[in-house]
Design a protein around this ligand. Structure first.
Ligand code: HEC
Length: 265
């Protein structure tokens, strides 16, 4: 019994270490020569439904097709509502399929499968451990992609657009008054805002607006309150009403507390 539990916990710690990032890297090295990077659904539909694959001439599914068929398609593997369990199930399926490809077990709909070349066994080319990581990558593919696209979209919006977005999405606004020459702003960028935990906390619940006060006035009437110290952080309700002001630089923990405090109703 003890050995069984020990093996079980070893198994779990191994799967915990498997992760999205290394899966992404291995996929790029060992799979992307055939499984091309993402092509949008619109274009894929046109290629397969209207042009019989003569537009793109795909010999294998693209990475987003793989992620779709494995995770959510009509013959998908495992439980869509339990991502952790689904990773294990997808990994098991792939170990089987990659070492012994057999179209009878394919999760790809035949109307697509018929266009593809025959898959060869990857025994000795990709290890089981690597397949665990790839499973993490493919199961999380959609979620992560949406987040990163949305993040980069927000980054490129004007202040006005960001304020409108906050209202629409009912998110608290944070305005940072900063300048290019401000030492503590850069220090916070490097030591606080670069951390995934901070980035994600901001992205989930806030709309973040950086204002270079050497170039622009502060929006939403904040100019009146500003005491000419960089950085200063202001928080506002989604409809632009002032909530709080925090002059100065903050550590990761303090900044996370500030975020938390502003989520309270
Ligand atoms: C030499 C080209 C090639 C390489 C390299 C390749 N694949 Fe494939 N793969 C294919 C083709 C072609 C298909 C679809 C035809 C099939 O399933 O027989 C496919 C299908 C699949 C499928 C769907 C299986 C199904 O149900 O039909 C998965 C999952 C997959 N590949 C994962 C991988 C992973 C992970 C890697 C890298 C470790 C990889 N492939 C490397 C060509 C390749």
């Amino acid at each position: 019994m003890k050995i069984f539990i020990a093996i079980l916990s070893l198994f779990y710690s191994l799967t915990l270490f498997a992760d999205y990032k290394s899966g992404k890297k291995i996929f790029k090295q060992k799979c992307s020569s055939c499984h091309l990077p993402r092509i949008s659904g619109e274009i894929l539909k046109k290629n397969f439904y209207e042009k019989n694959n003569t537009m793109l001439n795909l010999g294998a599914p693209t990475v987003n097709m793989l992620a779709f068929f494995l995770v959510r398609g009509p013959e998908h593997i495992g439980d869509t509502n339990d991502p952790e369990m689904q990773k294990l199930e997808v990994a098991d399926f792939m170990k089987d399929y990659l070492y012994k490809p057999n179209r009878k077990n394919s999760i790809i709909e035949n109307k697509f499968l018929k266009f593809f070349i025959t898959k060869k066994s990857m025994k000795g080319i990709v290890s089981e451990k690597e397949i665990d990581n790839i499973a993490d990558f493919l199961v999380e593919y959609k979620k992560r992609r949406v987040v990163s696209v949305e993040k980069s979209m927000l980054k490129h919006m004007s202040t006005k657009e960001l304020i409108e977005t906050a209202k629409k999405k009912n998110k608290i606004i944070i305005v940072e008054a900063m300048s290019k020459t401000c030492y503590y702003c850069k220090k916070m960028d490097k030591e606080v805002f670069s951390l995934p935990i901070v980035k994600n906390a901001i992205f989930k619940n806030f709309i973040y607006i950086k204002v270079d006060i050497d170039k622009t006035k502060l929006p939403l009437g904040l100019d009146k309150r500003y005491k000419h110290m960089t950085p200063t952080f202001f928080t506002l309700s989604p409809d632009g009403k002032f909530k709080n002001m925090y002059p100065g630089a903050w550590t990761k923990d303090d900044f996370l507390l500030i975020l938390k405090e502003n989520l309270k109703k």
